[in-house]
Design a protein around this ligand. Structure first.
Ligand code: HPA
Length: 235
């Protein structure tokens, strides 16, 4: 049955969903990966695609920006459409000096702002962690590539007006990058007994001055991250 934000039927989604933030990117990924893709939902212009990659079913749907928006789609996918795993494929702002623009972060955990996970265990700080088997599958697919790191990120509810000392503190404890979705994704996977991972390209750097990527570098790096995400999704 359709939900408030997904006008598909049960069975329209594959067990594995790749989830970029940007709906246009979802469309390009579907064109690139799945010549047989069909549109299964289009509420609010957020199209969802289902097809096959190497004979295995896969769906692709954007999360939009931010934990609350991702939380709506992921909750409906997990509870109403039998989705078993969601792999976010997106970008993050670099925080740790150990990562540089163009690196790919396999986010094994996410520190987070916001209320989405805070009620999961009363009186206790919840650990938002990725599914180990998906981390392993993505890492194996990287085949030792030196620009791929496994590290935690920080998931925020704000893009602007972050005090610099917050970034410095996060970097000091080894946080690879800042983004806005993984924390809620990991918490919701835990809540519903499902699997989740985020694979993130470092698109800019917040603590180290560096050159922006060219359009070509951006595309090459994205393809690298996508390869890891697809490998995890189909593992
Ligand atoms: N914050 C800062 N920089 C970023 C982000 C973010 O959430 N996403 C991509 N670059």
């Amino acid at each position: 049955m359709a939900t408030p934000h997904i006008n598909a039927e049960k069975g329209d989604f594959a067990p594995a969903v790749l989830m970029p933030g940007d709906p246009k990117r979802a469309e390009r990924m579907a064109e690139m990966l799945m010549p047989d893709a069909k549109i299964v939902s289009d509420v609010r212009g957020i199209k969802a695609f289902t097809g096959t990659v190497d004979g295995k079913p896969l769906s692709i749907m954007a999360s939009g920006m931010g934990q609350p928006t991702l939380g709506i789609y992921v909750t409906e996918l997990f509870t109403e459409f039998d989705v078993q795993r969601v792999i976010r494929v997106g970008t993050c702002g670099g925080l740790s000096e150990k990562v540089k623009i163009g690196d790919v972060v396999i986010a094994n955990g996410a520190h987070y702002e916001g209320i989405i996970n805070t009620h999961l265990i009363p009186e206790t700080h919840f650990s938002a962690v990725a599914s180990h088997n998906l981390v392993q599958a993505a890492y194996d697919a990287a085949e030792g590539a030196e620009n791929v790191v496994v590290a935690p990120v920080i998931s925020r509810d704000r893009f602007y007006n972050v005090p610099p000392e917050v970034n410095e503190a996060a970097a000091r404890v080894g946080t690879a990058g800042a983004e806005m979705e993984a924390g809620a994704l990991y918490g919701l996977a835990a809540l519903h007994g499902k699997e989740a991972l985020a694979v993130l390209t470092v698109s800019d750097h917040m603590t180290v001055k560096s050159e922006d990527m060219t359009a070509e570098e951006r595309e090459t790096n994205f393809q690298g991250a996508l390869k890891l995400a697809v490998a995890a999704a189909l593992s």
